[in-house]
Design a protein around this ligand. Structure first.
Ligand code: NAD
Ligand code: UDP
Length: 330
């Protein structure tokens, strides 16, 4: 009897984008909970090093595939997490049409796959759906202030379209879909050259280069450590009652980018200059999540303070980038 009960809790789960920064940590967490995981990734911005340690795991498999292509996979799945999409502005703007198609066709393909399996579906959406927000902090009922013509639109509008697809599937009772609006998240396994602010600043400091602050540095972001975020994604997927509304996941501690640069400089103890560089077009001025919904529906809140998360991130980059050694999975 006990064996049967144990077997029932082992789920088969697809993680699209599972070789990326967040996706690989999610694969680790799901395997640690005893589930079977199929990672689907085209390695556009992900890295084989992120999942290499899992490749001999008996409950892990890897499928190299672009989600924009129609997807047929063997077997039945209980859950599908869709994290497949480049997340850093330089990466998603490098091929904006592909970014848009990843969010629209790719999400539609994964939703169809989930429907065939009657799987529960979680979409990794983003705080970018709020654009350059006029409401602060950002609450889920705010519809956003997004440019549909600027260079960030392929991502922001793509993610908004993906949310619309998920809520249509939900309303039509085709499958159970959940939408997480993820705010800036950082930690080990960010690509050192992917252009996001934490990885840029840490790598610049560790390699003795000038720290680049875009604009005056008075724009704000709220940074969530990766383990907190992954715990939030799993909580949203597993909560018994479908919230039927998007849920913000992020850390409400808000910092200016100038403050973050100072903090990274002092925590890395490097005598490097902080310089200003041009502010990218449409760069949002302020961002902080209202997480009341996640607190009440999921009993979730972040636990890792910024200084501790940064310490772990700096240590990881120190061992992988600055020493010039092989990338070490965290
Ligand atoms: P990432 O770039 O490290 O990971 C994305 C993964 O998706 C990579 O492994 C990439 O190779 C894969 N991918 C991209 N396009 C694909 C396609 N067409 N087919 C198959 N695989 C594809 O980014 P991340 O930070 O891990 O972000 C993961 C998800 O979370 C993304 O959907 C992103 O939009 C969302 N998100 C992340 C953050 C953050 O701060 N990290 C914030 C908001 C939302
Ligand atoms: N940024 C910066 N220096 C960098 C990289 C980014 O000042 O080397 C700024 C960027 O302009 C933005 C903030 O840091 O205001 C966060 O940028 P990121 O690309 O990490 O995330 P997003 O803009 O998508 O929130």
């Amino acid at each position: 009897m006990r064996r049967i009960a144990e077997q029932k809790t082992v789920k088969s789960i697809i993680v699209a984008g599972g070789a990326g920064f967040l996706g690989s940590h999610l694969c680790d967490a799901l395997l640690a909970r005893g589930h079977r995981v199929l990672c689907i990734d085209n390695f556009l911005t992900g890295s084989f090093a992120n999942v290499a340690p899992l490749c001999n795991h008996p409950r892990f498999s890897l499928l190299e595939r672009d989600i924009c292509e129609p997807l047929a996979v063997d077997g039945r799945y209980d859950e599908v997490y869709n994290l497949a999409c480049p997340a850093s502005p330089p990466s998603y703007q490098a091929d904006p049409v592909h970014t848009m198609m990843t969010n629209v066709s790719g999400t539609a393909n994964l939703l169809a796959l989930a429907e065939r399996s009657k799987a529960r579906f979680l979409q990794a959406s983003t705080s970018e759906v709020y654009g350059d927000p006029e409401v602060h902090p950002q609450v889920e009922t705010y519809c956003g202030h997004v440019s549909c013509t600027g260079p960030r639109a392929c991502y922001d509008e793509g993610k908004r379209a993906a949310e619309a697809l998920c809520f249509d599937y939900q309303r039509m009772k085709r499958i159970d879909t959940r939408v997480a609006r993820i705010f800036n998240t950082y930690g080990p396994r960010m690509q050192p050259d992917d252009g996001r602010v934490i990885s840029n600043l840490v790598v610049q400091a560790l390699t003795g280069r000038k720290l680049t602050v875009y604009g005056k540095g008075d724009q704000t972001r709220s940074f969530c450590y990766v383990s907190d975020l992954v715990r939030g994604l799993i909580a949203l997927m597993e909560v018994a009652e479908n919230p039927e509304v998007p849920v913000n996941l992020g850390n409400p501690r808000e910092c200016s980018i100038a403050e973050i640069a100072e903090l990274v400089r002092s925590m890395t103890a490097r005598r490097v200059e902080i310089v200003n560089a041009p502010l990218p077009v449409d760069d949002p001025k302020r961002r902080r999540p209202d997480i009341a919904r996640a607190r009440s529906l999921l009993r979730w809140a972040p636990e890792v303070p910024l200084e501790e998360g940064l310490r772990r991130t700096i240590d990881w980059f120190e061992q992988t980038v600055a020493d010039g050694t092989e990338r070490r999975p965290a």
